[in-house]
Design a protein around this ligand. Sequence first.
Ligand code: S3P
Length: 448
Amino acid sequence: MSSHGDPIPMTSSACGPLTGTAEVPGDKSISHRSLILGAMAVGETTITGLLEGQDVLDTGRAMQAFGADVVNHGSGSWSVHGVGVGGFAEPDQVIDCGNSGTGVRLIMGAMATSPISVTFSGDASLNGRPMARVTDPLTLFGCKAVGRSGGRLPMTLVGAVDPVPVEYTVPMPSAQVKSAVLLAGLNAPGQTVVIEAEATRDHTERMLAGFGAEISTEITDEGRVITLTGQPELKPLHIEVPRDPSSAAFPVCAALIVPGSDVVVPNIGLNPTRAGLFTTLREMGADLTYENERAEGGEPVADLRVRFSPDLTGIEVPEERAASMIDEYPILSVVASFAKGQTHMPGVKELRVKESDRIDAMATGLRAAGVTVEDGLDWWTVTGLGHGNVTGGATCASHLDHRIAMSFLVMGMATQRSMSVDDGGPIATSFPIFEPLMGKLGADLRRN
Ligand code: S3P
């Protein structure tokens, strides 16, 4: 089932060269944070290039329920009139975060140090995902949480009346957990310290600094030590959201495997905590270049130029790179299927608790398409067949996971036989224009 409606079965078939310009939507991580931090600032934050995917729209609706005035001015242009740190009102309805782990976890952090009670829920995928990783540190601030067994949604959080600042070492590489703690620290007096052993995406830190919070990051032997001074007055900002590297990954990888392709994907955010896939693809022999490298809104940005690459080879993906490409392993496993030799991907336990168990979802579909995949708890290996040799012909389950659906549809653009997914509906959570955008480049995508 699609998260919002009936399933949308889709099929993708081999196509001619993909050519042209792929203008992918705004960054999902930055879009969520723009709405949440805008709601916690005093005055009006303006945003251009906001991702208008279902996940982000659900976060916007939630901020409205907390008392912020969230207005859509059309064409990705939005404004948020914030209520200030500690100014959230108690919503009078359940906060439904749909499919979005980022949405629910960041909003939990943002409300945990305000004296309000909030009940959170989501779709079947989100209601199955672990929330204790967020509520454990939030209870240290004085917040209480009661949910279903296994720390799952639906769940009610009772925010701290007298919050205390905390020092917390994040036990897994998770920007969502780190961000939840930092957002909670905003309304706690004194300094909240978050320590992460492995660097994860740092948009929250960059944006908090942009909104005027006192925040610093020190690199130590323990990892990154982030110190935030609580109870600042956040000043509203104008935010230009860069385009999402995680969405860019789909046209980029499609162009690599479809013969004759030559595609430009402009204006892509290349924050080093996000760009690991592109480094990996180049190591595999991808013809992928960065053009017009520049900085926009505090984030590095470039235009990506990608051409069909018939001689890709499998590689060992360094474990320490995992956090910087965690959302890109599904589509990397597709590219690895068209490479020669093995691509080994270690250190990826987190893939098992995303919108779906992404190792399992991809391994099942790849095997059905004729590719050999081995996997363990925190690793997997794809044995590539080389360009032109991947059979395809499988119908794969999306498991309410946008990136699984898009990965198999990209795969079908270069397999001998078409690839189908049982439900393309979840694609709308992060990449609502995927179908027309890929179609314009030359892909043969159909709703069955
Ligand atoms: C995100 C963090 C990552 C990522 C997700 C977006 C964020 O999740 O997978 O798509 O915006 O903070 P984890 O924090 O669970 O690694």
